[in-house]
Design a protein. Structure first.
Length: 522
């Protein structure tokens, strides 16, 4: 029997933390469900102490998602660990991931306060004690405790080994060795893992985990070097999203282990046929596009264009392909979606795209689908994704668009009239602008009596042809909050209005939350 490598996904924590957009609980739940389909072993669902929304998302995922262990992150402080314990209380297999800086740079930079000691030597003693206390406290909530030694890639090795030994003695069952800044190179990182394996006396009681960042484009190579030297858990994100240049892309790590099984001799429990779907879902919900040339899941990863390649490929696929697209869930055949496609067909396609909807959500999506299908001959996957973005926001809608009229033309002053439903009451207003979109935004600001600043405005045709769906995303800023609003329609002005209103709804919900939060501070 070959050995197994545990796959730890941190798309919803390290990945989402870095994205410009924050996901709502329901969006996170969709991704978590898809990760369970992919059969990752551990889902790091969030950092509960960072915000009430993150805590709620971890709680929801812990309650709803079966299969993988559900993990929550904390710093080595009691308040964070208690937040993890509470958020994970309903999880079938809870894991707490706690840890602290281990390099001199982190210790001196992040723990400057004298209560951590005056000299580096004093601080190191204190940090080690905090690590031990954190692991002990986490063990009161679960037997599955992972310890991270942040910035291990730049740490003094002797101190790191001492810290890891102490963490195991305190009850850690997994040791995460993060190359937090993506500083190491494969040989060096591999050597660090080997040193840990050979020199930490109690290492037999823990699994070594590798967590690499991509600042030098080496995250996947470093991860594999770690595995070759004894790590048996790999951490990463779908599409490699994450802080700065991102984390190791899980699809690349897993497919390297799988495709080169002859070399590594290791297995994972992953179902690779779910990779493409998962990649699409993460990209769609976070609004981070996958580059066409991205390994494994990029749109060009399995296309051949030069004459020599095409000729060779057509004669014998293996001349230019080392993996089969169907093994990654990249389906060559296509079912055309039209107004005659029933609910069943729609549900099936949505599932293929990674969206599992409850019946009421499906009913709403079906209504929107029919409206689009009536205007277009064929509804493409991208159209569906744009529709779903409109439907899956879990926010209460303070503002709802009732009516929109635009007056515009080559010699007319663009004028927009809008009617909104605000908490059930209809309100109407009009404004002129530099163009129809500007007029709509001004009319919406007037009617809602808000003063959000439009930071960015982006439009893209999600499918081709003059009847294509347009998807608009805007970034709005007000009272220190910055949010992303999205809207889709075959009419780009309507899509703009929807995106602006979506943003205003998010701002309204954030300011409501911050009022509640500040009211509850003693
Ligand atoms: O990169 C890192 O060090 C991390 C830890 C918090 C695990 O993400
Ligand atoms: Zn990280």
């Amino acid at each position: 029997m070959s050995e197994k490598v545990v796959v730890f996904d941190t798309t919803l924590r390290d990945g989402e933390q870095a994205a410009g957009t924050r996901l709502g609980s329901r969006e996170k739940l969709m991704i978590a469900r898809q990760l369970a389909q992919l059969r990752v072993d551990v889902i790091e669902a969030g950092y509960p102490a960072s915000s009430p929304e993150d805590a709620a998302a971890v709680r929801l995922i812990a309650e709803e998602v079966e299969g993988p262990a559900i993990c929550a992150l904390s710093r080595a402080v009691p308040v964070d660990i208690e937040a993890c314990g509470q958020a994970l209380s309903k999880a079938r297999r809870p894991r707490i991931h706690t840890g602290i800086g281990s390099s001199d740079i982190h210790i001196l930079g992040k723990f400057q306060d004298e209560r951590y000691g005056r000299t580096l030597a004093e601080k190191k003693v204190k940090i080690l004690q905090m690590a031990v206390d954190a692991v002990r406290l986490a063990r009161q909530y679960t037997d599955d405790v992972e310890f991270y030694a942040e910035d291990a890639g730049r740490a003094d090795t002797a101190y790191l080994l001492e810290m890891l030994e102490a963490a195991i003695d305190a009850g850690a069952t997994v040791l995460n060795i993060p190359d937090t800044t993506g500083y190491t190179v494969p040989e060096q990182y591999g050597c660090l893992i080997r040193t840990i394996r050979e020199q930490v006396p109690n290492i037999g009681r823990a699994t070594i985990s590798v967590h690499c960042h991509d600042d030098l484009g080496l995250a996947v190579s470093n991860t594999l070097a770690g595995v070759l030297n004894g790590a048996r858990q790999v951490e990463g994100t779908i599409n490699g999203i994450g802080e700065r240049a991102g984390n190791a892309a899980l699809e690349e790590v897993v497919m390297a282990l799988r495709t080169r099984r002859d070399y590594f001799g290791l297995d994972t429990g992953i179902d690779p046929r779910e990779f493409y779907r998962t990649s699409r879902l993460v990209s769609d919900l976070l609004g981070i596009k996958v580059p066409p040339n991205k390994a494994i899941v990029g749109s060009n990863a399995f296309s051949h264009s030069s004459g020599i390649h095409v000729d060779g490929f057509l004669k014998e696929r293996e001349t230019y392909e080392i993996m089969r697209p169907e093994d990654l869930g990249i389906d060559q055949s296509r079912v055309v979606l039209t107004a005659r496609t029933g609910r069943h067909g729609l549900r099936d396609r949505l599932q293929k795209l990674g969206y599992t909807l409850a019946q009421p959500e499906l009913d709403k999506a079906y209504e929107r689908f029919l409206a689009v299908a009536d205007k277009k001959q064929e509804v493409f996957d991208e159209d569906l994704v744009a529709i779903l973005h409109d439907e899956i926001h879990s926010l209460p809608e303070t503002y709802q668009l009732d009516y929109l009229h635009i007056y515009s033309g080559t010699s007319a002053i663009p004028t927009a009239t809008v009617r909104l439903r605000i908490k059930g009451e209809a309100r109407e207003g009009a404004a002129i602008g530099d163009g129809p979109v500007d007029a709509v935004c001004k009319a919406l600001s007037a009617v809602t009596q808000t003063s959000a600043r439009l930071v960015t405005y982006e439009i893209r045709a999600v499918t081709s042809g003059t009847e294509a769906m347009g998807e608009v995303s805007v970034q709005l800023e007000e009272a220190g909050f910055r949010v992303q609003g999205r809207g889709a329609s075959t009419d780009v002005i309507e899509a703009s209005a929807k995106a602006y209103i979506d943003g205003l709804n998010k701002l309204a919900s954030l300011s409501r939350k911050s009022n509640v939060d500040s009211a509850s501070v003693p």
